[in-house]
Design a protein around this ligand. Structure first.
Ligand SMILES: Nc1nc2c(c(=O)[nH]1)N[C@H]1C(S)=C(S)[C@@H](COP(=O)(O)OP(=O)(O)OC[C@H]3O[C@@H](n4cnc5c(N)ncnc54)[C@H](O)[C@@H]3O)O[C@H]1N2
Ligand code: MOO
Length: 408
């Protein structure tokens, strides 16, 4: 028997149980950003590769500057510039010009900053009072101090960000094995819908859900195909759903999932041979939210009210897309919040109250009507108000945080 009227956590568990991370593919580093590593990476060489200077100044032998006097004079001998290491051995009593990042010449073991020395002809006068104690390693970044060759740098399952990719590049990788991005197809149903940019006639509405879902799915790491809208007509819907399921890993359908005479999505999915997983969730907004497998695709039938579509995506479809993309923690982060205003309850359902984050507190948006687009304006948090009468201002609650990587 198909599950019905599930608690949101139970529904999410069933969604995630249906998702297996997609296979790996090799991508160049820029193309791998946002993707999840499907292999562990190790450093191909040590970083830095040699002892290098951290300052523009003079490579020296520390032993030459340990006399206890206030000034020392050294003979200027050669230069080591970044990309042009000096081949000659630094002899006792000598100093070589060196730039930041350049390799210390053989024989040198410390660097005196330019500000702490003055060159006069071929002599370098080091102001030891200013430079302080110059010991071996002074202003030197040792070979391998950042990373030893062979060291683990990034674990499998890492969602790759700019710094991670820079590390991979610096440590010798030009491409990496990452999980394939899930393909998401977005389909809006409803005879009342008109395309974006078209003024709606009497009884019509602009199909804003398709755009919203496409943005949300892209933010969850999907490659998105917006299939536009389809009329509440059985054959058209049957073809559109079958084509969407052939072309995508995840099909996001908006509207037509309630129980009205023109709500055809569920019977059409069943007629197509979809395997139902659940039909409804104890959630407001978003109760008539259904989940099924159709062929190799996972289908989320989201209720058409804009807030219901939005919330249904964030609670269930977003985590599914992230799990398919290989994320180890696909759920939105949860945080404990203090309410800046009262939050209404939704009877036996969890009320997903849309809220803004203001001075660290959750301020419920003025409208919580599921058909109101304004209930989504500047939404930072989905506050999970437990079944019951609601919560007063000042109460604590759990909230799903939309401000991070998962934010649309
Ligand atoms: N007898 C019952 N009626 C309803 C129930 C119920 O339990 N028993 N549940 C209600 C709840 S809760 C919701 S939510 C809605 C869901 O209905 P549908 O998924 O069938 O959505 P539609 O009827 O197609 O549309 C609802 C609403 O949303 C607007 N919409 C639809 N698609 C879009 C779009 N692409 N862009 C923007 N807006 C869209 C549509 O015009 C309607 O106003 O069912 C209740 N009814
Ligand atoms: O549960 Mo419906 O999604 O409130 O409007």
């Amino acid at each position: 028997m198909i599950a019905d009227d599930l608690e949101p956590d139970d529904a999410l568990a069933r969604v995630l149980a249906a998702c297996t991370p997609l296979p790996g593919e090799r991508r160049g580093l820029f193309a791998a950003r946002g993707r999840v590593l499907a292999e562990a990476l190790h450093a191909r060489w040590s970083l830095p590769g040699a002892d290098v200077s951290t300052m523009d100044g003079w490579a020296v032998r520390a032993a030459d500057l340990s006399s206890g006097t206030s000034e020392a004079a050294l003979a200027v001998a050669g230069e080591s510039a970044a990309g042009h290491p000096s081949p000659s051995h630094l002899q006792p009593g000598q100093a070589a010009r060196i730039s930041t990042g350049a390799v210390l010449p053989p024989g040198a073991d410390a660097v005196v900053a330019q500000e702490d020395a003055a060159r006069r002809g071929d002599r370098l006068h080091v102001d030891l009072a200013r430079a302080g104690a110059v010991r071996p390693g002074h202003f030197v970044r040792r070979a391998g101090s950042d990373l030893a060759a062979g060291a683990a740098i990034l674990a499998s399952g890492t969602a790759l960000r700019a710094g991670d990719l820079a590390l991979a590049a610096g440590a010798g990788h030009a491409d990496v094995l990452v999980h394939r991005a899930p393909r998401a197809a977005v389909l809006c149903t409803g005879d009342e819908l008109v395309d974006i940019g078209c003024p709606p006639g009497h009884g019509q509405v602009v199909s804003s859900n398709g755009l919203m879902l496409a943005c949300q799915a892209a933010a969850a790491g999907a490659e998105v195909r917006d299939l536009g809208r389809v009329r509440d007509e059985p054959e058209a819907l049957r073809r559109a759903l079958a084509d969407a399921a052939d072309a995508a890993d995840v099909v996001l359908v908006s509207g037509g999932i309630s129980v009205g005479d023109h709500d055809l999505v569920w019977p059409t999915l069943l007629a197509l041979g979809a395997e139902p997983v659940f039909r409804r969730v104890r959630l407001r907004p978003g109760r008539p939210l259904a989940f099924a497998r159709l062929g190799a695709a996972l289908v989320f039938a989201l209720p058409g009210n804009p807030a219901s579509t939005f919330v249904g995506f964030e609670l269930f479809a977003g985590p599914a897309l992230r799990r398919l993309g290989g994320h180890l923690q696909p759920e939105l982060p949860r945080r404990r919040v203090v309410l800046a205003g009262p939050a209404e309850g939704a009877g036996r359902r969890t009320h997903c109250v849309r809220a803004r984050l203001v001075d660290g507190r959750a301020e419920p948006l003025p409208s919580q009507v599921s058909g109101a687009l304004t209930s989504l304006r500047a939404c930072d948090l989905l506050v999970l108000v437990p079944p019951g009468p609601g919560l007063p201002a000042g109460a604590e609650a759990w909230a799903l945080d939309l401000t991070g990587a998962g934010a649309p």
